[in-house]
Design a protein around this ligand. Structure first.
Ligand SMILES: Nc1ncnc2c1ncn2[C@@H]1O[C@H](COP(=O)(O)OP(=O)(O)O)[C@@H](O)[C@H]1O
Ligand SMILES: [Mg+2]
Length: 227
């Protein structure tokens, strides 16, 4: 489903080159649940932005469902992103003036679904993430964990092929974090492909496959354990 081949991305600070992604090769198959773990500054968000088609690499290939993304225009990339990828961020990224159900409705409206139908779908997905009865709450009237559930409902409602979650428990207390991770596990058991990015070992261990990132280079767990 996802294939990265010899991927590179650098940032420049004056004359200094920072290799945020350093010759990465990586594959994710349909139905997998992969954690990418690494310390702050190791390149996790840069990798997530590339995987999520929010940024492009300097060199190398990113093949998504058989499509080489370097052949696509910005418009085509945006379309592919809306169709295939659901994002979950550390800070939820909810719109503060919209209620829970209106937040979930936003991407559905972008997809051209009618307001009546999209409201119905938003309510269904809020129920799925355990927020029945909270549909009309504003983000500030919800706890952090509940806000993250709204964000997960918003990511799921367009039936994305892949959920990309960047530090989804980073702003939550550990008990709430575990609840969110349990939800990802359940979604994966239902067939959802998930890539979870974290600096937290305990969180990473819940995934079926763990990959480490350090200074922009990827290593799978086995390779590390075997030296
Ligand atoms: N827009 C940018 N400009 C300059 N340097 C950047 C930029 N984005 C990321 N970096 C650098 O690239 C490296 C990887 O950053 P990032 O992907 O955000 O790491 P992580 O998410 O693992 O904390 C860091 O050294 C960071 O300072
Ligand atoms: Mg980051």
């Amino acid at each position: 489903m996802i294939k990265l081949l010899n991927l590179n991305k650098s940032f420049f600070m004056g004359d200094e080159e920072i290799k945020a992604i350093d010759n990465v090769n990586f594959e994710v198959k349909k139905g997998e649940y992969v954690s990418i773990i690494g310390p702050s500054g190791s390149g996790k968000s840069t990798l997530m932005n590339i995987l999520g088609l929010l940024d492009v690499p300097d060199s190398g290939e990113y093949i998504l469902d058989g499509v080489n993304t370097k052949d696509l225009t910005d418009g085509e990339l945006a379309k592919l992103r809306n169709k295939k990828i659901g994002f979950v961020f550390q800070n939820f990224n909810l719109l503060s003036k919209l209620t829970a159900w209106e937040n979930v409705q936003v991407p559905l409206i972008y997809q051209g679904i009618s307001s009546k139908e999209s409201k119905k779908i938003a309510f269904e997905y809020l129920e799925k993430v355990g927020l029945k009865g909270r549909e009309n709450h504003l983000p500030k009237q919800l706890s952090g964990g509940q806000q993250q559930r709204v964000a997960i409902a918003r990511a799921l409602c367009c039936k994305p092929e892949i959920i990309l979650a960047d530090e989804p428990t980073g702003a939550l207390d550990s008990k709430t974090g575990v609840e969110i991770i349990e939800m990802f596990k359940k979604l994966n058991e239902e067939g959802q492909t998930i890539i979870l990015i974290t600096h937290d070992n305990g969180i990473a261990q819940k995934a079926k496959k763990i990959v480490r990132i350090s200074d922009g280079k990827l290593y799978d767990e086995e390779a590390i354990e075997n030296g």
